[in-house]
Design a protein around this ligand. Structure first.
Ligand SMILES: *Cc1c(COP(=O)(O)O)cnc(C)c1O
Length: 373
């Protein structure tokens, strides 16, 4: 195990947990094919190891955000179907073709451009059709959807392998927009009866079988987060962030700690300095001023004391047994005891942002029987 004593912060990624989470989604997805969403370096977790793990579990369809991510994935998975959710960027058709990427086309202009690329290629090129049903972000709007459905010839030269849409409020199961988007998507996909349909992200799968169609597109759940507020988490934590304790010191009543002296000891206190800071992805907003972050060390919780700095944070060990924390020990900042969603909530954000901001400095290591070279 690569856990050298010199590492300040360690990010451990459990690929078995990713595989288990994939299997769990398959078991509840009403028979739908389960794709893997691995954009943004698999939410900061590591695109290639995650994608290889999913492929070994039988995953054949992957989603990335842009063609550069697609090219990286293509090098690792020569046979997978790779969809690019940002669609076809103007003038970039050749790059998509070079790496056999399928754009998620979301406008008539993109269709025209991809058809020109198909003409150059002299063969049908694959693509998904992405319909906007309420997010007002990417995808055919209402008017273009009508035009497209009214003129199927406008898809000549393309091999449409998927019709898709994306939910705006899937993390709020009771939100009325879910059912409205579902109804809109059902009516659109009826115009393409022979093409597989995809609608649900992780939280969409949790909304139930009606939302699953032929293919589901989970991302966050694979990495262990629970996207829906207030629900028990059926996923296993896949990511752990640990920080090394550098010093332990006793301070007297009235001492302050950290930049801005925002924390003040109300009595004698024992503090530890942990070698992880916001440069490693531990949010500055987890400072004690907002009554926020806590870490797990030696079987106990300890609150963050004072501001989080770039490379360091301070925790308050007062009241913990002496053997709970020693110089050189690792404190769990994110993991099974301090969940991603807890950290995100305390930091005032979502776990997606916490994951994608994990820094490059931390030593990363991948664990799991499914680890492939
Ligand atoms: C990111 C993304 C997903 C995955 O969403 P999760 O909430 O992470 O499961 C699915 N579809 C599209 C279009 C996306 O952009």
């Amino acid at each position: 195990m690569s856990d050298p004593a010199s590492a300040s912060a360690i990010i451990s990624i459990d690929l078995d947990a990713v595989a288990t989470n994939y299997g769990h989604i398959r078991s509840i997805a009403a028979g739908a094919d389960v794709a893997g969403v691995v954009k943004a370096n698999a939410y900061g977790v590591g695109m290639v190891p995650v994608a290889r793990t999913l492929a070994a579990e039988g995953c054949r369809n992957f989603f990335v955000a842009d063609p550069d991510e697609g090219a990286t994935l293509r090098a690792a998975l020569p046979d997978a179907a790779i969809y690019v959710t940002n669609g076809l960027m103007p003038g970039a058709g050749a790059a998509y073709r070079a790496h056999a990427l399928s754009p998620c086309l979301g406008s008539l202009a993109e269709i025209e451009e991809w058809r020109r690329e198909a003409a150059l290629a002299g063969r049908a090129l694959r693509a998904a059709l992405h319909f906007d049903t309420g997010l007002s972000r990417l995808g055919f709007d209402e008017a273009e959807t009508r035009r497209l459905i009214g003129s199927p010839a406008s898809l000549a030269g393309l091999d449409i392998t998927l019709v898709m849409s994306h939910l705006a409020c899937s993390d709020e199961p009771a939100h009325p927009l879910n059912a409205l988007q579902l109804a809109r998507f059902k009516s659109i996909r009826a115009a393409f009866p022979a093409v597989p349909a995809s609608f649900a992200n992780t939280a969409g799968v949790l909304l139930g079988p009606d939302y699953c169609f032929d293919m589901v597109r989970p991302g966050y759940g694979l990495y262990g987060g629970i996207p829906a507020e207030g629900s028990p988490n059926p996923f296993h934590p896949a990511v752990r962030l640990e920080g090394r304790i550098l010093q332990i010191r006793d301070v007297s009543a009235g001492s302050t700690a950290g930049y801005g002296a925002s924390w003040k000891a109300e009595g004698p206190r024992r503090l530890a300095v942990v070698a992880t800071g916001y440069a490693d992805g531990y949010f500055r907003s987890l400072a004690s001023a907002k009554g926020a972050g806590r870490v797990y060390i030696g079987g106990h919780y300890a609150p963050v004391a004072g501001r989080v700095s770039m490379d360091l944070l301070i925790i308050d060990l007062t009241g913990l047994p002496e053997e709970a924390a020693r110089r050189g020990d690792l404190a769990e900042l994110i993991g099974p005891h301090v969940t991603l969603d807890e950290v995100a909530d305390r930091a005032g954000t979502i776990g997606y942002e916490v994951l994608t901001r994990l820094g490059d400095r931390a030593k990363r290591h991948y664990t799991g029987d499914r680890l492939t070279p």
